[in-house]
Design a protein. Structure first.
Ligand code: NAP
Ligand code: ZN
Length: 353
């Protein structure tokens, strides 16, 4: 084992603060990575504050962070996919059993024995739970390490590892292509990636936002139209017209307002994970044989496919790069929808702590 610097929280009400954690020495299948950037996902905030306690309680201390990019510093003897110096990424998962039907189908995110990057029981017993990317170094099985296209800027690549794949996967799964009318609800970290990706897939993209000042940005990011969702007249104009809507909202909101915008057999997929249940009116679904579904990140092969797609289309996240010392302030700004459009932590700032 070796020690590395990290930022952790010791309770649901504590700020994140400087810490030292242990990492395992790489086993034969492991890749050791120096973390250069780590994105801040709203899931980090939900987890640090234990907002999902009804579904998955947080074990403290927690070291969040699952939008990791960096370079390989060491590889185990059986590692064939990577070598020292490679630019790599790690997303929300660091292991799975590899044998269940979901793993065999390339859907490791639905493995019952999977290990998430943080707050999952640590099979290697280095600590009680896994520790994430708000740290200088991590050790990950090569199966869960991704290749980063050489043309993309690393600070903007980090958010692709969660926000990118979480929006790419449902867009692909529900057949978003040229000619489809696609809505994206919420222009935050996930939402702005959803806009860029759906636009690159050729869809007609409509952004729904509660922040009128994001209108121009939405168009620049690839939206064809922008609707301020608090304006019911603007909403009504789109009634019954969407093939697909991706809902990325992190807090309680009225989902029926969006269900009613779907056409016959249209689908709305929730990727946003508010802590409290959302109310669904039966008639919003019945009228128009509409579908309400959910989606959880994406499998490893699909994550690589998404990164390669971003490489081809020159897509990265729009990031505000911050030093780790600003992380608590960044969380407060996230709650005010005040981020354009993802915070990416420059991990060099942690070395000086
Ligand atoms: P984010 O950057 O904070 O974006 C959320 C956006 O939702 C905000 O920018 C805002 O957009 C909108 N919003 C916030 N509060 C709202 C409210 N009360 N009513 C209506 N709209 C509101 O968060 P994120 O990192 O994109 O994550 C979004 C959600 O997805 C979180 O719940 C996160 O945990 C979840 N998530 C799920 C997965 C998955 O695999 N399913 C993966 C990653 C994250 P406007 O200003 O445009 O209105
Ligand atoms: Zn995330």
């Amino acid at each position: 084992m070796y020690n590395t610097k990290a930022y952790s929280a010791v309770s649901a009400t504590s700020p994140l603060a400087s810490d030292t954690i242990a990492r395992r020495d790489p086993t034969e299948h492991d890749v050791q990575i120096e973390i250069l950037f780590c994105g801040i996902c709203h899931s980090d905030l939900h987890s640090v504050r234990n907002e999902w306690s009804d579904f998955m309680s947080t074990t403290y201390p927690i070291v969040p962070g699952h939008e990791i990019v960096g370079q390989v510093t060491q590889v185990g003897s059986a590692v064939t996919k990577f070598k020292t110096g490679d630019r790599v990424g790690v997303g929300c998962m660091v292991n799975s059993d590899g044998t269940c039907p979901n793993c065999k189908a390339g859907l490791e995110q639905f493995c019952q024995n999977g290990t998430f990057t943080y707050n999952s029981p640590d099979k290697h017993k280095t600590a009680t739970v896994t520790y994430g990317g708000y740290s200088n170094s991590i050790v990950v099985d090569q199966r869960f390490v991704l290749r980063v296209p050489p043309n993309l800027d690393l600070a903007g690549v980090a958010p692709l590892l969660c926000a990118g794949i979480t929006t790419y996967s449902p867009l692909r799964h529900w057949g978003v292509t040229e000619g489809k009318k696609v809505g994206v609800v919420g222009l935050g970290g996930l939402g702005h990636m959803g806009v860029k990706l759906a636009h690159a897939m050729g869809a007609h993209v409509v952004v729904f936002t509660t922040s009128p000042d994001k209108k121009e940005d939405a168009l620049r990011l690839g939206a064809d139209e922008v609707v301020v969702s608090r304006n019911s007249d603007e909403m009504q104009k789109h009634a019954g017209s969407f093939d697909f809507i991706l809902d990325t909202v992190s807090a309680k909101h009225d989902i029926n307002a969006y269900l009613n915008l779907l056409k016959l057999d249209g689908n709305i997929t929730l990727v946003g994970a508010p802590e409290k249940p959302l109310e669904v009116a039966a008639f919003s679904l019945i009228m128009g044989r509409r579908n309400l579904s959910g989606s959880n990140i994406g499998g490893i092969a699909e994550t690589q496919e998404m990164l390669d797609f971003c490489g081809e289309h020159n897509i990265t996240a729009d990031v505000e790069v911050i030093p780790i010392q600003k992380v608590n302030e960044a969380y407060e700004r996230l709650l005010k929808s005040d981020v354009k459009y993802r915070f990416s932590i420059d991990m060099a700032s942690l070395k000086s702590e």
